[in-house]
Design a protein around this ligand. Structure first.
Ligand SMILES: C[S@@+](CC[C@H](N)C(=O)[O-])C[C@H]1O[C@@H](n2cnc3c(N)ncnc32)[C@H](O)[C@@H]1O
Length: 235
């Protein structure tokens, strides 16, 4: 990782530890964009049960906010995050939903070799993580994800939409009520960027919801034949 990326990554790690306890207030309406976020979260949440498979992986799960919507669709779920504080909040959500028997929480870095290996998942959710990644991190994440999905598994992406006039890529300074201040990489997505990300990583995406704040897309890894532009039925 380049020095600049390492510095931002260290700040982001501190930031998510610091906001873990209050993280879901964004979805519940604490910020200026409250009604916008609340509306889009409900719309995205309503579509998730139809997308999540039986053996599901929730990467960079944070507090596991989306569990409340999708958990009836899966028989098992592995929730991965590197922040112990986020996982503590996630554990509370799992307990409140009464799904401890089918949920396992793992503390791991998305780029570490100890990525949940040896398991095959039918679906994976990436919620608001891709927008935080450098190009090298993005590539490494997609490679790791490809290794743990069964063929034809569903790739589910929820992230931030780029509003008109907003820069696509930013390094933001986020300040918390206690004065803590952190630099966070943030890339806003639009259809064009979604397609470019798909091409870079061999995923074909279909946007299912395009709100004012959030985008929801589902995708599948393309076969090498598809990637060369040949239809897979020619195999
Ligand atoms: C914006 S939150 C998203 C949480 C949740 N997916 C959601 O949609 O609400 C980003 C999460 O990614 C986690 N994260 C960031 N970089 C990570 C990494 N390299 N490995 C594992 N988790 C990471 C953070 O700890 C944080 O919980």
């Amino acid at each position: 990782m380049r020095r600049k990326d390492r510095i931002i990554d260290a700040d982001m790690r501190l930031y998510y530890d610091a906001i873990a306890g209050g993280y879901e207030r964004v979805y519940a309406g604490a910020d200026a964009d409250a009604s916008l976020f609340g509306h889009d979260a409900a719309a995205v949440g309503a579509l998730l049960p139809g997308l999540v498979g039986k053996r599901h992986l929730d990467l960079a799960c944070g507090t596991g906010f989306w569990l409340r919507f999708y958990h009836p669709s899966c028989e098992s779920v592995v929730l991965v995050d590197r922040s112990e504080r986020m996982l503590d909040e996630c554990r509370k959500n799992v307990a409140a939903l009464g799904i401890a028997a089918k949920a396992s929480l793992k503390r791991a870095d998305l780029f570490a070799p100890a990525f949940p290996a040896g398991t095959a998942f039918d679906s994976v959710l990436l919620g608001f993580i891709v927008s935080h990644l450098s190009p090298a991190e993005e590539n490494s994440l997609f490679t790791n994800v490809r290794g743990v999905l069964v063929s034809g598994a569903r790739f589910i992406l929820i992230d931030s939409i780029r509003a008109a006039g907003r820069k696509r890529e930013t390094i933001q300074r986020r300040t918390l009520p206690d004065g803590g201040s952190f630099r966070v990489r943030k890339r806003y997505l639009d259809e064009e960027e979604l397609e470019a990300m798909g091409k870079r990583n061999g995923v074909s995406w279909r946007a299912l919801f395009h709100g004012k704040a959030f985008i929801l897309a589902e995708g599948e890894f393309m076969s090498p034949f598809d990637r060369l532009g040949k239809p897979s039925h020619n195999r």
